[in-house]
Design a protein around this ligand. Structure first.
Ligand SMILES: [Zn+2]
Length: 264
């Protein structure tokens, strides 16, 4: 990374606005000595304060190990980052709005993003199926349970069609079976959720991680409700359904109502 993406004007402004004493005091305990400050040097094994900071010159210098420089040099050295990164860091600390090309400062990609994408696509597919002919029974059932369109939309409730239809969907998406198994969408060689209405379960940050699904008729020996199995995303016992939506409201209202099932 070069300096090219921090322009000279910004650099000058940040240098003028950032006080080296203020910035260094976020990392070290400084003591005032006359006009200047001193501290234990973090760059060598220091027992007497060997590092001094000149407030006039806005630089620091260690008289034992020789470390020294300006405010950017200090941040660069103590954070072990590049010069442009140090400038960006100082800008952030003093609240200086630094316009940067988005590519230069991208947050780290979430390693699970491809899993969330698969689950989110599956949610959309099931929402579509709920409104299709195959989903008619499920939709009728949900309406009878007084779930209106707004609730269905907000909770992304969908319908998982029969095994063949789901398999056709997975094939069309070219997902590999191993990934689908890891996500709990396939079990015993076929789609876990079939002919059930399905409610997505999210983590605290709103990422889809699993599902709870109810069958529509009470016949047969399959359980009424089934949930996603434990997966690397869905850690049972660590997830509260709807928490990511409720947390802001709960914070404002200073209270939380916990119920047993997703439908409650
Ligand atoms: Zn030193």
């Amino acid at each position: 990374m070069g300096l090219r993406w921090i322009n000279e004007q910004d650099l000058k402004a940040i240098r003028a606005q950032a006080d080296i004493v203020d910035i260094m005091s976020r990392y070290l305990s400084l003591s005032k000595k006359g006009k200047n400050y001193e501290a234990l040097c973090p760059f060598h094994d220091d027992h007497d304060p060997s590092l001094s900071i000149s407030t006039d010159k806005q630089i620091f210098k260690c008289f034992v190990c020789g470390a020294g420089g300006d405010v950017f040099g200090f941040v660069q050295k103590i954070e072990n980052i590049s010069f442009p990164e140090a400038v960006a860091k100082v800008a952030e600390m003093i609240g200086y709005p630094l316009a940067m090309p988005t590519s230069a400062y991208k947050p780290k990609a979430d390693p699970n993003q491809s899993y969330y994408d698969i689950l989110q696509a599956y949610i959309s597919y099931m929402q579509y199926e709920l409104k299709s002919e195959a989903g008619t029974l499920a939709l009728d059932y949900l309406h009878r349970r007084k779930l209106n369109e707004d609730v269905l939309y907000r909770f992304e409730i969908g319908y998982a069609p029969d095994i063949q239809a789901s398999q056709k969907y997975f094939d069309a998406k070219q997902y590999d079976a191993k990934t689908l198994k890891e996500l709990g969408l396939i079990q015993n060689g076929h789609a876990l959720f079939h002919d059930r209405f399905v409610i997505p379960i999210h983590d605290a940050n709103g990422h889809p991680i699993g599902f709870t699904a109810r069958k529509l008729t009470n016949t047969g020996d399959e359980p009424k409700y089934i949930n996603s199995p434990q997966t690397k995303l869905y850690e049972k016992g660590h997830v509260i359904f709807n928490y990511h939506r409720a947390k802001t409201f709960a914070h404002k209202a200073h209270r939380v109502i916990l119920v047993e099932g997703a439908m409650d």
